[in-house]
Write a protein that binds this ligand. Structure first.
Ligand SMILES: Nc1ncnc2c1ncn2[C@@H]1O[C@H](COP(=O)(O)OP(=O)(O)OP(=O)(O)O)[C@@H](O)[C@H]1O
Length: 301
């Protein structure tokens, strides 16, 4: 059974549509939710947690409706927010025990689970020091610990590698993978870096401007996702618009346009579109198949 399901989920703010008829099914495992900044990742997480109301459409977690079953969902779900939200003057132990109690654990169980969880995230030695003196990586681990302490069935991790250096990033990614491998807790993890999610996810969901670009298993993704890079002499915006109108999922990457190569007809569509707009074609070439290509992250991983 899918653990997270959305159907035609839409969230409109006055100036922007953050989610646009998003339909996804998430099975147990590590699921990467990828999109550029502003793609709608945090909005989706907030709706799933009942912190924000959808404009239309449906969302369910663990089979429960997010609009009517909020309290039941929150008992069974952990959440690691994106931004720093930790009190600086208490220790990791005090804070995580408090969060465990908030989730309904009795005092003894809360202390026991806190010690176990802080050990798991690698903060055991420093657990009595005030959080204010922690490094960014340590703070991210405290946020992760409070999301896990009540032994949830799913955790939603919003940009957990934000602000970390390459070593800290690798450690955090390994930790996230183990949440599912060691404890069977399903993980929905967001990032704007596709390459890092490719490494740890069983399944990847890509969204762009609130729309679903792709949802498939990571192995399927890396095997089949081939892209064509298109470069034109002028008017790239017009060409991109026309390619989209022709049904292609164009993603802009600086002066390039990257188009999934669904089949050979893509070449014909690009050639005809460029001719119609009346500009020259500098480049039309097939790219390697890393999911990072979707948002042009080459060289950043
Ligand atoms: N409370 C709000 N009021 C108005 N617009 C909002 C609000 N929250 C988000 N948005 C807009 O909705 C869009 C999606 O934002 P969201 O935070 O979900 O993106 P994201 O993929 O999580 O990106 P980031 O990694 O930058 O947080 C953005 O254009 C954002 O400006």
């Amino acid at each position: 059974m899918p653990v997270i399901q959305t159907e035609e989920l839409t969230k409109r703010f006055p100036a922007v549509t953050a989610l646009d008829r998003l339909t996804i099914d998430v099975e147990p495992g590590v699921v990467g939710l990828v999109g550029a900044n502003g793609a709608g990742k945090s909005t989706l997480i907030k709706i799933l947690l009942g912190l924000s109301e959808a404009t239309s459409g449906q969302a369910r977690m663990l089979g429960l409706d997010v609009t009517t079953d909020g309290p039941k969902i929150r008992e069974r779900v952990g959440y690691m927010p994106e931004h720093d939200c930790l009190p600086g003057d208490v220790s990791a132990t005090e804070f995580v025990v408090h969060m465990a109690r908030m989730s309904g654990l009795p005092a003894d169980a809360a202390r026991e689970r806190t010690a176990d969880t802080l050990r798991h995230v690698g903060l055991y030695e420093e657990r009595y020091r005030p959080i204010g003196g922690y490094s960014t990586g340590m703070k991210q681990r405290v946020k992760l610990a409070q999301a896990l302490v009540h032994d949830p069935e799913i955790v939603l991790l919003d940009e957990p590698t934000n602000g970390l250096d390459p070593v800290g990033r690798d450690d955090m990614l390994a930790l996230i993978r183990r949440i599912y491998t060691d404890f069977g807790i399903t993980v929905l993890v967001t990032s704007h870096l596709l390459g890092e999610l490719e490494r740890i996810s069983d399944h990847v969901v890509v969204i762009d401007a609130g729309r679903l670009l792709r949802s498939s298993s990571t192995s399927e993704f890396t095997r089949t996702s081939q892209f064509v890079a298109v470069e034109v002499t002028a008017e790239p915006d017009t060409v991109a618009g026309q390619l989209k109108a022709a049904g292609l999922d164009v993603v802009r990457d600086g002066h390039l346009m990257v188009v999934p190569l669904e089949d050979e007809s893509v070449y014909d569509i690009v050639r005809d579109t460029v001719a119609q707009v009346g500009v020259g074609l500098i480049r039309l070439e097939q790219r390697r198949h890393h999911i990072a290509e979707v948002f042009g992250e080459r060289g950043s991983q």
